[in-house]
Write a new protein. Sequence first.
Length: 370
Amino acid sequence: MFQMQHGLFRYVVDLINGFAAIDEPRFSYLVIGSRPEPIAEIRSSLDNAPDRMTYTYLRRTAGRGKYWLTHLQYRPIVHRFGVSLLHCPHGFIPAFPGCPIVCTVHDLMKEMFSEYQELVQSSAHIVGRWLTRFRVNRVIAISNTTAADVSARWEVPKSQIDVVPHGLSPTFASLVGSLSVTSSEIKQELMILSPYNLEPRKCLHTLLKAFAVLVQTCSARLTLYGRTGWSIEREAKFDSSVAALGLSNRIDRIGFIDDAELAMKYSSCDLFVFPSAYEGFGYPVLEAMAFGACVIARDKSAMAEIMGAAGVGVETLDSHALADAMIELALAPERRAQLSRAARERASRYTHLRMARDTLDSYLRVLCCH
């Protein structure tokens, strides 16, 4: 079932398109969607492989008790289409599917930050956690960080977890190489790029403080794209911080942009700074690396896994440490160029086809036991 939720949506779309592109005669696929007709992003895959890919519509339940009613909707579909295995890719796990289950866990951030406590105490979260532990046959974690969290917090045996990282979406991969490489020369004004996300765990206020230190050393601009985790109160606090730090004329908030525009921003920035405290994967880090951006991110959580030695890891909760890293790279164009080359090479290993093949391996581990 699709949910239009950025990374989750892209993950499911890339997985379906990856399956369609792989010539694997042992598998056929039933895509269960929440719309009467398939979305445009997967329609060509369905049309090009009609003998292997089928689409069916699961009508959304409404009213009181809709969450519990949804649990009952899957079993008839499983029986009608003869489904051998059900993959739950974005959180919801039906309690009575009538076949083995593989589920993908993207992160456990709800249990790590106080801002999500209401969601953690919800029936949906409690039931989902119990089903993952006792009913799911195999768990796919999108990073070693998530795998360790699932094992430690939900007590799922490590032997039952497969780590399958995301792959770079084909919409981005098709743009790689078509844009000019960022110059290694010192520019008159350093260009810093980062997502505009006001969730507290994204640590954007820490980046503001570090940027304020950077501009005392060199001329720089900070471009913030997107608009996530927004509320009137959070934006007012952010605006107040920008004004207090004297940064009003050095920050550009450009809102949501399409993939081609974002690719251009990744390619042309001098530094891509991703200050988030925790991610299950950190998709923007991979995107930025694919276009040769010099990346600074936290030296913990999944970001460290993605970057390896091809980015600069730092404690992004510490504005002084973040400022030091930004200043060091700002004054070292040759180092930035070296990291840019390493980032492109490392990002090229993360493909949606590899993600799809590794996911199929996880399916086979379950099917071979049933």
